[in-house]
Design a protein around this ligand. Structure first.
Ligand SMILES: Nc1ncnc2c1ncn2[C@@H]1O[C@H](COP(=O)(O)OP(=O)(O)OP(=O)(O)O)[C@@H](O)[C@H]1O
Ligand SMILES: [Mg+2]
Length: 363
């Protein structure tokens, strides 16, 4: 066992040594450039001012940065809209890099957050008293911050255990709960916090951010590709930046076009969607079966198809409202089944059979 451990550590330390010598030989700027940091992390807002589009939250946080008191906070909204970044940036500004570790306890869904942890870890941390100055002499608020990220995954028992702690320790501790689904936070907790909704980022803001990243990273991109990125990411800036980075890797210096973005985002081509509807209109089940087989063989994700088909169906002028209602109800069913792990082939077949039924009723 010892030998194994020894072996393990030597393997573990080797790459670190290599890295150090590599950065020692080359210029530091060069080695920094080569460090593969994902762009989402590289361009994560460092201060509250850099957070785009979430004006109310930024205004409140800036007030508290100027010395006013901070309420308990509840941030909620869709993924990739800046919730985690905002509170981390605010805490850094409040405490500076040194005190940050002492004053901020960040727990997310990857940490154990059952009732026992809330009783012990959170309570103990909350009970510590703190002073009002930083080591560099600057004043800092006389409280600590406990960030409970992805709080919607906490059990309601653990949430309930927070209720009294939150009130009792209000002199020394502020809580910041972050979640995607505010309905999964129990009522007594939401009523103890100031709620802030994070909106999906507007197209214009996303475009600006993406363009500035492209400029900094020397990436050539067409205007159509940018609007395609914005469209497929649906207000989720993290998704847009990730797609952009993958596209940049793929083209390696050449211009990024709309087709490349579509390919990377796994969007089903418009022609495929059109031909689905043509097959449904034909009324032949045999044709439909073959088509679905092809579709699955091409590796298109069924959930993606459901999402895109939804938009197409709503825009069709040749379907009555009642027919659209039937189809969208089936879309909702299929979406749920797919999330639960149902077979893609059968679900697609079932979905298109309903579309076919509705479309052929017309003629
Ligand atoms: N409002 C914003 N301003 C600037 N950058 C943003 C904003 N929202 C998201 N980003 C970018 O997206 C990345 C992810 O943001 P963040 O981790 O804050 O999302 P989140 O809201 O916590 O999402 P999740 O609910 O999935 O945890 C950031 O690193 C940043 O690059
Ligand atoms: Mg987050």
């Amino acid at each position: 066992m010892q030998a194994f451990l020894k072996g393990g550590t030597s393997i573990g330390t080797k790459p670190v040594k290599d890295k150090a010598s590599a950065s020692g030989t080359g210029s530091t700027g060069e080695s920094k450039k080569q460090k593969p940091i994902p762009w989402v992390e590289k361009y994560r807002p460092k201060c509250v001012d850099e957070v785009a589009f979430q004006d109310e939250v930024v205004a409140v946080l800036k007030k508290s940065l100027q010395g006013a008191d901070l309420p308990n906070l509840l941030f909620y909204g869709p993924p990739g809209t800046g919730k985690t970044s905002t509170i981390l940036a605010a805490s850094r500004e409040l405490y500076g890099p040194e005190l940050f570790r002492q004053r901020v306890l960040e727990l997310n869904a990857s940490d154990e957050r059952g009732i026992q942890v809330v009783r012990e870890k959170v309570k103990n941390f909350a009970q510590l008293t703190v002073g009002g100055t930083r080591s560099d002499g600057k004043p800092c608020p006389p409280f600590k911050i406990i960030i409970l990220d992805e709080a919607d995954s906490m059990t309601s028992a653990a949430q309930a255990a927070l209720r009294r702690t939150m009130e009792k320790e209000s002199k020394t501790t502020r809580f910041c709960l972050i979640c995607n689904y505010v309905s999964r936070i129990i009522e007594p907790l939401t009523s103890r916090c100031s709620k802030f909704r994070f909106k999906p980022l507007a197209d214009k803001i996303q475009t600006q951010r993406l363009l500035s990243i492209c400029e900094k990273e020397n990436v050539q991109i067409t205007n159509e590709a940018i609007s395609c990125l914005v469209e497929v990411s649906e207000g989720d800036l993290r998704k847009a930046i990730t797609f952009l980075q993958s596209a940049a890797r793929l083209t390696r210096g050449k211009e990024i076009t709309e087709e490349i973005v579509t390919e990377i985002a796994g969007v089903v081509p418009k022609e495929t969607l059109d031909s689905v509807l043509v097959v449904c209109q034909s009324g032949s089940f045999e044709k439909l079966e073959n088509f679905v087989k092809d579709l699955i063989n091409n590796g298109h994700a069924a959930t993606q198809l459901v999402n895109q088909l939804h938009d197409v169906i709503l825009e069709r002028g040749d379907l009555t409202d009642k027919q659209k209602a039937f189809i969208t109800e089936k879309l909702a069913d299929v979406d749920k089944c797919l999330t639960d792990g149902a077979d893609e082939y059968l679900q697609m077949l079932g979905l298109f059979a309903v579309v076919m039924q509705q479309m052929t009723q017309n003629s």
